[in-house]
Design a protein around this ligand. Structure first.
Ligand SMILES: CC1=C(CCC(=O)O)c2cc3nc(cc4[nH]c(cc5[nH]c(cc1n2)c(C)c5CCC(=O)O)c(CCC(=O)O)c4C)C(CCC(=O)O)=C3C
Ligand SMILES: [Fe+2]
Length: 388
C-alpha cells in the first residue's frame, strides 16, 4: 500500500487534524490590573536594553486604561471564535492558550497539555510576519517551556509552529472590509482623496535586515522579509480596496511604537511624522490600517487611537482607524485551514496552497539562521530545534 493511501486512511480514522491532537494559541500577554503593569513590563524587557524613561512612559499608557491591556480579552474572544468554528466544521481539536509575558504563561499551559496527554501540538502565534520578535522569540519561548518540562521529568510534546499568515485571504479579507468601512465613515467631502497609512510595529533596522530566511536578509536597513511581507499584504489590501471603491487611494507603509535607545536606527517613518507630512502635502484625510497587528491591543488603542489620532486632530486632518482581524469568523476559518493544511503535509499528503499577493506560500519550518536574535538561544519548532 502506498504511503499516500495509508495516510488517507489514518486521516479518516483519526480525524482531519491528525497527527495533531491540540492547537495552542501563543500570544504576547498583558496586564490585567494596575499591580500587574510593572512586573509585566519587566517580563517584556528583561535583557532587551529599553531605556527607563520609555518604560515609565509605556507604563502610563497601561495605567491610562486602568492597568488592563485589551490583549487578553481579545485572545479570549479569538479562543471562543476558534472553538465555535472548529465545532461547526466537525473538527474535534482542543484549543489551549498561553502567553510569553503574562498569565496564562506558556510553560504552565504546556505542562497542562502534557498532563492532558497532548503529544503533538500545532502552534498559532498571534503575529503574522517574520521577525525576531514575531517569530523566533516565540520559538525560543517554546524551547524554554519544553526545557522546563524536561527538567520536571515530563516527556515534552512535539510542537510545530504554523506558517506566517500575512498573505492568507482569511487574514486580509477582514482588513479589506475594515478599510472600506473606515473610508465610508470619513466625511464625504474628504473620503475620495483619503490616503491609506498601513502601519506596523517598528523594529531595529538591523533586525529588519535579518528577518526571514537567510536568503531574504538584506543590508543597509532595506528591511528583509519583515518589510517585504508587509508591503505584499498592504498592496493586496490597497488593490482590493481600489476595486471595491473604484478609486486608487494612495498608500504607504509606516511604523509605530518605536522603543529602544534613540541612537539605534529603527524602521521609519513614524505614523505621527507621516500624518504631518501628508497634511503638509495637502492630503484631505487618512485611514490608518494596522496591518502589523492581529487584534486591538494596546499598540492599537494607545499608539493609534489615542496618540496618532490626537496628532491628527491637532493638524485638523480627518483620520479613521480600520479594524484588525481580532476574532473575525474569517480569521478563525483561516486558522482552521492552516491547521488542516499542515496536518495533511505532516501525514505526507499533498495540501493545496492558499495565499494571495506575490511572495507565495511561506515556509512551514524555519531554517537555521531565520530571524536571528542578538544572542543565540535554543529555539523549538525549526530546523535548528534541539527537540524532536
Ligand atoms: C514586531 C513586534 C510586534 C508585532 C508582532 C507580535 O504581536 O508579536 C509586537 C507586539 C506587541 N508588543 C507589545 C508590547 C510591548 N512591546 C515592547 C517592546 C518591543 N516590541 C517589539 C516588537 C514587536 N512587538 C520590539 C522590537 C520591542 C523592543 C524590545 C525588544 O526588543 O523586545 C514593550 C516594551 C515597552 C516598549 O518599549 O514599548 C511592550 C510593553 C504587545 C502587547 C500589547 C498589549 O499589552 O496590549 C504586543 C502585541
Ligand atoms: Fe512590542
Amino acid at each position: 500500500m502506498s504511503d499516500q493511501l495509508r495516510a488517507a486512511a489514518r486521516s479518516r480514522a483519526e480525524g482531519p487534524a491528525a497527527p495533531y491532537d491540540a492547537l495552542l494559541l501563543l500570544s504576547f500577554g498583558g496586564p490585567e490590573g494596575p499591580e500587574d503593569v510593572v512586573p509585566f513590563l519587566e517580563n517584556v524587557t528583561r535583557g532587551r536594553g529599553i531605556p527607563r524613561e520609555r518604560l515609565e512612559e509605556v507604563g502610563q499608557h497601561y495605567f491610562g486604561f486602568g492597568g488592563v491591556s485589551p490583549i487578553n480579552a481579545q485572545n479570549r474572544a479569538l479562543l471562543d471564535a476558534l472553538r465555535k468554528d472548529f465545532a461547526e466544521h466537525g473538527l474535534d481539536l482542543p484549543v489551549y492558550w498561553g502567553n510569553r509575558n503574562w498569565a496564562p504563561y506558556l510553560t504552565d499551559v504546556m505542562r497542562e497539555m502534557a498532563a492532558d496527554g497532548r503529544r503533538r501540538i500545532a502552534v498559532l502565534a498571534t503575529s503574522a510576519y517574520a521577525s525576531y520578535s514575531g517569530c523566533r522569540q516565540y520559538r525560543e519561548n517554546l524551547a524554554d517551556a519544553l526545557a522546563a518540562l524536561v527538567e520536571e521529568g515530563v516527556e515534552p510534546p512535539r510542537v510545530d509552529k504554523l506558517r506566517h499568515y500575512f498573505n492568507h485571504p482569511g487574514f486580509l479579507d477582514p482588513m479589506i472590509e475594515g478599510v472600506v468601512a473606515a473610508l465610508g465613515g470619513l466625511p464625504e467631502d474628504v473620503r475620495d482623496g483619503a490616503h491609506l497609512a498601513f502601519t506596523t510595529h517598528s523594529i531595529p533596522t538591523a533586525a529588519a535586515d535579518t528577518s526571514g530566511p537567510v536568503e531574504d536578509h538584506t543590508g543597509g536597513g532595506e528591511g528583509g522579509a519583515y518589510v517585504k511581507q508587509h508591503l505584499d499584504a498592504a498592496r493586496v489590501i490597497a488593490d482590493e480596496v481600489a476595486v471595491r471603491t473604484g478609486l486608487a487611494h494612495p498608500w504607504q507603509l509606516v511604523y509605530q511604537s518605536r522603543s529602544g535607545a534613540p541612537h539605534i536606527p529603527w524602521l521609519e517613518p513614524d505614523i505621527c511624522d507621516h500624518l504631518e507630512a501628508l497634511h503638509a502635502e495637502g492630503a484631505p484625510a487618512v485611514v490608518m490600517v494596522p496591518i502589523g497587528f492581529v487584534s486591538d491591543h494596546m499598540e492599537v488603542l494607545y499608539d493609534l487611537d489615542t496618540e496618532a489620532t490626537a496628532k491628527a486632530a491637532e493638524l485638523g486632518l480627518p483620520v479613521a482607524r480600520s479594524a484588525t482581524v481580532g476574532a473575525d469568523p474569517a480569521f478563525a476559518g483561516a486558522v482552521r485551514e492552516l491547521v488542516l493544511e499542515r496536518a495533511a503535509k505532516e501525514r505526507g499528503e499533498a495540501a493545496e496552497e492558499c495565499w494571495v499577493g506575490t511572495l507565495g506560500q511561506s515556509h512551514d519550518l524555519c531554517a537555521a539562521g531565520c530571524c536571528p536574535g542578538r544572542t543565540p538561544r535554543p529555539a523549538a519548532a525549526g530546523a535548528d530545534s534541539p527537540y524532536a
